[in-house]
Design a protein around this ligand. Structure first.
Ligand code: SF4
Length: 428
């Protein structure tokens, strides 16, 4: 099977939740969204359940979960949930875990009916659940289709008949997915429904049904300077139990095409990993006013302190207005930026807007090299200067100096090496 760190990481987190409750830990629940992935049940034959040609062509990973049930397709339009609690009865009553889904659909004006381990709307499946039971715990997780592209879903799960007939009969236990027409909340509601809104309502219903939200539902607004830096930062925050929402505030970027390019890559990354992204209107002129008089500062000098404070101030204000539990920044991933200076700016902005700043140092534990590798694997654009017009000027000066210093025969190779070493920062 191919890898997908995000969907796989969530499946691992589901298992960890189940195991913790099985050991007598506190009950809990989770909500999450992933990038595209196909997930099969523990007793399924992948070649019989999944269109592997489509998966290969679209580079969709195929993963196996630790619960039973049929194959599902996940993407950014599919809300996933998981509940683990102590086992109180000999048998599993799915009704306890589907009732809140009916209420969720109903809150958007969609009538849904419970049908065992699934929920249907308009006679079509909108949600499916799978479970695992241990002597001490019951674990249930499932999907709720909000705006998934159903043609893409079917393209991944429908195995062509001639291919099925060519396969030898299955040996041993094999759970066959029951094909059912699916639908989405948006389709049944007759309008586009925002995932953020569904998630917020789902969170309230789960809290009502299963108790207070666990730590993993603390939301952090993550200031993102570019997609490569977001890769490691968001994963580490999630590992620590935070739910990141990306915030692309980069009024420092120059020229405009560079802003659009970094934004497009961040959007693509957010879409592929199922993360929410907020993009405030950039104010390039205001940023220029903020750094006036500091044009000739070197990178890493006083202009950068003003630049950090500018972007973090706007992030802090959005975090306070949006009711986030904290805000943080990907800036600390860069080996050329001192975390202490970023943290100082973050703390001051938090105090000013009455919110909480989360100090980070994402470059630790090999963070920068990890982000370079992930970015390369995902084919993300990696810029080679910090971002403002002054850093671009510095970078051009270094480039021309290097051309003068280098023998002609070495120039191409060294340029490529340098880019590999500093995927989102200027060369030194
Ligand atoms: S060099 Fe980078 S951090 Fe410093 S002012 Fe320019 S864009 Fe901001």
């Amino acid at each position: 099977m191919q890898g997908n760190a995000d969907a796989r990481a969530h499946l691992d987190a589901d298992r960890a939740l189940f195991e913790a409750v099985s050991r007598g830990g506190d009950p809990g629940w989770r909500l999450y969204v992933t990038g595209p992935a196909v997930v099969v049940g523990r007793h399924q034959r992948i070649e019989r359940e999944v269109n592997l040609e489509t998966c290969a062509r679209r580079r969709t990973p195929v993963l196996r979960r630790f619960t039973g049930g049929g194959a599902v397709f996940l993407d950014g339009g599919c809300l996933n949930f998981a509940v683990a609690e102590p086992r109180r009865a000999a048998t599993l009553d799915y009704g306890r875990y589907t009732a809140w889904l009916r209420d969720l659909a109903s809150s958007f004006g969609v009538e849904a009916v419970l049908a065992g381990n699934r929920v249907e709307a308009g006679g079509r499946k909108i949600s499916g659940l799978a479970a695992r039971v241990s002597p001490r715990a019951i674990f249930v997780h499932g999907t709720f289709l909000v705006s998934t592209d159903l043609r893409v879903l079917r393209g991944h799960l429908a195995v062509p008949r001639d291919r099925l007939e060519a396969l030898p009969p299955p040996e041993g236990p094999h759970v066959k997915s029951v094909p059912r027409p699916e639908t989405t909340l948006s389709r049944e509601a007759g309008k586009a429904v925002s995932m953020d809104e569904v998630r917020a309502r789902a969170s309230r219903l789960l809290e009502k049904a299963f108790g207070a939200p666990p730590f993993c539902h603390k939301r952090v607004l993550l200031h993102v300077c570019c997609a490569p830096c977001a890769t490691v930062a968001q994963r580490r925050l999630r590992d620590e139990g935070w739910e990141p929402v990306l915030f692309f505030e980069n009024s420092n970027l120059h020229p405009r095409e560079e802003f659009e390019l970094r934004l497009a890559e961040t959007k693509r990354y957010a879409r592929e990993t199922g993360l929410s992204l907020v993009v405030p209107e950039p104010d390039f002129e205001d940023w220029e006013r903020a750094v006036r008089g500091l044009e000739d500062e070197p990178e890493g000098g006083a202009r950068c302190d003003v630049c950090f404070a500018y972007r973090l101030r706007r992030t802090a204000r959005a975090a306070a207005e949006g009711g986030f539990d904290a805000f943080a920044s990907t800036l600390s991933l860069s080996p050329h930026k001192k975390s202490a200076r970023i943290d100082r700016a973050g703390e001051a902005c938090a105090a000013r807007h009455g919110t909480t700043y989360l100090p980070t140092d994402f470059k630790k534990r090999n963070g920068f090299a990890q982000s370079a590798k992930i970015s390369k694997d995902l084919g993300l654009y990696r810029q080679d200067y910090c971002g403002c017009r002054f850093s671009l000027r510095e970078k051009r000066r270094r480039d021309s100096q290097q051309r003068v210093d280098q023998p002609v025969s070495d120039r191409g190779d060294r340029r490529e090496d340098s880019r590999e070493s500093y995927p989102c920062e200027p060369r030194r």
